[in-house]
Design a protein around this ligand. Structure first.
Ligand code: GMT
Length: 387
């Protein structure tokens, strides 16, 4: 199949899922055309089945805001016509789904039919998409997509309850490459960070407000009074300076290390004893899954789809959003019981295997076949070999 993938070329979340999906599809013989405004970070190698088409927006003094959506739709038209795409798969509804709708309408006038699948990732539904400045367009473009997927049952349910959705939403969970994300022997690094055998706790994210990193610092400050430990914070974002100030206020700054954005996140995860994900909203929690694949139990909130990934009492513990004391108790429980800790490490890996690339990729392929098959029942025009 020739598949166009539209995504944000970001280091985490939807951008990573879209890029890894495209790479996996290419590895099983599909031709994948990425259409984004810059090269996605994990797409820095050559593959005969992967193509990259950059969206550039012409500037003009009149434009206070560059019309990216129009440029993206035009690029989708161009790539679909010239590469004869069978399918366009957009990740994150805003503005990708509405740009795809526009492209589809333009292509219709050219006698070309291309089905569009929209994958909902989280804040496009739970936060940004609900804003009145976006809601009508999000609702319309989801309803106009030929296929819609959500990365968790929680996100599917949220979409149905927040928008007037007329179509069926298929849940296809996020996935993990277990070849890459696995516990590596890095004990010498751990010794450098925890010279006196302290426990190593970790969190990774884009440091947005929605992640509630301040809860992690509060939990850490209390845990540290009971169990000697260090905290590694990986990533960067708008909350970083506030979090640093909180570490100083609570007197834990010397035990918290900020590593910034790391490409080899699996190496840091290999050192960790526990992973925190205390978000207020989280459609899935890919970061938790990455930790679990590296045999790290998770202390999390019960936001969104997290409990579908982190199984309470099995792969870690789930607390109500903001319930610091419960998170502290659960953290101490794991860190002070070696048998429990080892069991949870094994359970975390076993659970991560449920989301292996090998299991999830065929779900996307089957869904593509279904949507392409269905939409050809009413084609405007089918490509022929001579075109
Ligand atoms: O919040 C993030 O970390 C980024 C965000 C995004 O849109 O890229 O992540 C969302 O998509 C990920 C991949 O499907 C999910 O694992 C995250 O849970 C989701 N984030 C939120 O719902 C807040």
């Amino acid at each position: 199949m020739k598949i166009g993938i539209i995504c944000y070329p970001t280091y985490g979340g939807s951008g990573v899922v879209a890029t890894e999906l495209g790479k996996a599809l290419a590895s099983v013989g599909h031709q994948v055309h990425f259409i984004t405004y810059t090269q996605p970070p994990r797409l820095d190698f050559f593959s005969e089945n992967i193509f990259y088409h950059e969206v550039s927006v012409a500037s003009y003094p009149l434009f206070e805001y560059l019309p990216y959506e129009s440029a993206l739709a035009s690029k989708m038209v161009d790539v679909t016509v010239n590469e004869k795409l069978d399918l366009i798969h957009v990740h994150y509804a805003i503005p990708h789904a509405s740009a795809a709708y526009l492209a589809k309408q333009i292509l219709k006038y050219k006698g070309i039919h291309v089905p569009v699948i929209t994958t909902l990732h989280g804040t496009d539904i739970t936060l940004v998409g609900r804003d009145p400045s976006f809601e009508p367009v999000v609702t319309f473009s989801i309803n106009e997509s030929d296929g819609v997927t959500a990365v968790s049952e929680s996100l599917r349910d949220d979409t149905y309850s927040s928008f007037e959705i007329l179509s069926n939403i298929e849940v296809i969970p996020n996935f993990i490459d277990l070849e890459r994300f696995q516990k590596q022997p890095k004990e010498h690094f751990k010794l450098a960070i925890c010279p006196n055998g302290e426990k190593l706790l970790m969190h990774t994210s884009n440091f947005r407000k929605v992640k509630r990193i301040e809860d992690i610092i509060q939990v850490f400050a209390k845990v540290q009074k009971q169990v000697p430990s260090k905290l590694l914070l990986v990533g960067d974002g708008p909350e970083r300076s506030g979090i640093e100030a909180l570490c100083r206020d609570l007197g834990v700054a010397s035990d918290v290390r900020f590593l910034g954005k790391l490409d080899t996140i699996e190496e840091a995860l290999s050192l960790a004893d526990l992973f925190f994900l205390t978000s207020e909203k989280e459609s899935f929690g890919l970061a938790a899954l990455e930790a679990m694949a590296c045999e790290v139990p998770v202390i999390s909130s019960d936001a969104g789809g997290i409990p579908e990934v982190n199984i309470h009492g099995v792969t870690g513990y789930v607390s109500k959003i903001g319930d610091i004391d419960d998170m502290v108790a659960n953290t101490v429980k794991i860190l002070t019981d070696e048998t429990l800790h080892l069991q949870m490490r094994a359970n975390a890996l076993a659970r991560a295997k449920d989301f292996s690339l090998e299991k999830i990729l065929p779900m996307y392929e089957r869904y593509y076949e279904k949507i392409v098959g269905q939409s050809w029942r009413f084609p405007t025009q089918k490509f022929t070999d001579s075109e």
